[in-house]
Design a protein around this ligand. Structure first.
Ligand code: GDP
Ligand code: IMO
Ligand code: MG
Length: 427
């Protein structure tokens, strides 16, 4: 039983893609369990950048079977585009499969995501407009269409006819948008079906069998704890569970199968889209971090909001996920700052909190409580051993371990696959 989980501990974009790629070298199977192409995971191999949205970040290692799991929402057109990009680079995609239980993002989900955001005006969430929320909503109202419906195309057409009638009513009556034509949609799916069907498998059996055989199965999270539908800053969240609990739901495995639960922590904080961000910086330090860290969205290109590391947030992620290990990324970006602040609690309406309050209005009202650390000037991107890091940097890292009571197993000091300091072997 060797299930490894990699999850984001903040608001996404922690560098999960890079870490999954590093760990995948030894993996037998990589499974995405939630989210969809709202994710943007960047992997850099020998200077070449690969941005993956729907495909698991381990897919650059063709020896490992990659599964887009039951809890993922799949835009089949995006999937084919991503596969084509890999193939155009001469890479194999034969090892990439889709769970037959995964729900399909339909073109009307994408339109509804856009229309809902436009109509929300000042109340918008700042979604990636990839149709994620509307697709999950249909899953739970039970109007969804799943990958296996593409195999049984008669059923697909029947389900689509029913769902489209309801969706077109919403599009026309609520948003005054243009309805979709059933025959045209069926034709679009008929045209791509043959490329998808060979990749659609029953995945629950395959994943559990791999675990039974003691294979190394890596469960790859997208998004992060603060975007969790239940435990993030609701309603400024995504529509799935990006925590280790989401693995059980979204991959069909039992909790005791998960051996190592690895939380990826960016050495500072970023957020894309709307919603409260207690340690956000609106000054030149925020701009410095954005530029040094190239903090622009991998999916939408939006500039990411930047701020100090918030350990109240990371601790929330430790508790929700049961993290066994932390991986710290992008610590190289902080070089050159004289002093660093770390948020260690919130002041909310006179009370000091060391947890994340439930009401978004309380998080909006929260004032950060900071602890100050000395900065360092050295370029640390070529460091290979912990001892090579400046003392101030070591102090910053030790405090993270101490505050979260969780060990740091890997420190990433650059975007490339090889820019790592391993402090405890993970795989
Ligand atoms: P993900 O969504 O969690 O996979 O993260 P993203 O790929 O959206 O954003 C992380 C960005 O930081 C990517 O551009 C990575 O190439 C880059 N990155 C990852 N680790 C490091 C690191 O340790 N240092 C630096 N400078 N960049 C990194
Ligand atoms: P990765 O996997 C950062 C954010 C969006 C928006 C909110 C809801 O790359 O870390 P959605 O389209 O999911 O309905 O948008 O969630 N968001 C992300 N932010 N990284 C991501 O993924 C994100 N996926 C969604 O910006 O605020
Ligand atoms: Mg990302």
């Amino acid at each position: 039983m060797s299930g490894y989980v990699v999850v984001g501990t903040q608001w996404g974009d922690e560098g999960k893609g890079k870490i999954v790629d590093v760990l995948s070298e030894k993996a037998d199977m990589i499974v995405r369990f939630q989210g969809g192409n709202n994710a943007g995971h960047t992997v850099v191999v020998n200077g070449e950048k690969h941005v993956l949205h729907l495909l698991p970040s381990g897919c650059l290692h063709p020896h490992a079977k990659c599964i887009i799991g039951p809890g993922v929402v799949v835009d089949p057109f995006v999937l084919l585009e991503e596969l084509a990009v890999l193939e155009s680079k001469g890479m194999s995609t034969k090892h990439i499969y889709i769970s037959d239980r995964a729900h399909l993002i339909m073109p009307y989900h994408i339109l509804l995501d856009q229309l809902q955001e436009e109509k929300a005006g000042a109340n918008k969430i700042g979604t990636t407009k990839r149709g994620i929320g509307p697709c999950y909503a249909d899953k739970y109202t039970r109007w969804g269409i799943r990958a296996h419906d593409l195999i049984h195309f008669d059923a697909f057409q029947k389900r689509l006819a029913y769902a489209l009638q309801l969706k077109n009513e919403q599009i026309v009556n609520i948003y005054h948008g243009t309805p979709f034509d059933l025959e045209e949609l069926i034709a679009r799916f008929a045209a791509i079906r043959d490329q998808l069907v060979p990749r659609i498998i029953e995945s629950v059996h395959a994943v559990n069998q791999a675990l039974d055989e003691d294979q190394l199965v890596l469960f790859e999270g997208a998004q992060a704890a603060m975007l969790d539908i239940n435990y993030g800053t609701y309603p400024f969240v995504t529509s799935s569970s990006p925590t280790s609990a989401g693995v059980c739901e979204g991959a069909g495995v039992a909790p005791q199968r998960l051996k190592h639960i690895i939380g990826v922590v960016k050495a500072y904080s970023t957020r894309v889209g709307e919603g409260p961000f207690v340690s956000e910086l609106h000054d030149e330090i925020g701009t410095y971090i954005r530029e040094q860290g190239n903090e622009y969205g991998a999916t939408t290109g939006r500039p990411r909001r930047c701020g100090w590391l918030d350990l109240n947030v990371v601790k929330h992620a430790c508790i929700l996920n049961g993290l066994t290990d932390l991986v710290i990324t992008k610590i190289d970006v902080l070089s050159g700052l004289k002093e660093l602040q770390v948020c260690v609690g919130y002041k909310v309406n006179g009370a000091v909190l060391d947890y994340i309050p439930s009401a978004v209005s309380d998080v909006e009202a929260a004032q950060p409580i900071y602890r100050t650390f000395a900065g360092w000037d050295e370029d640390i991107s070529q460091c290979k051993r912990y001892e090579d890091l400046p003392k101030q940097c070591q102090e910053y890292l030790s405090f993270i371990e101490e505050y979260t009571n969780t060990r740091i197993s890997l420190i990433s000091v650059g975007p490339d696959r090889n820019n790592n300091i391993i402090t405890h072997a993970l795989v």
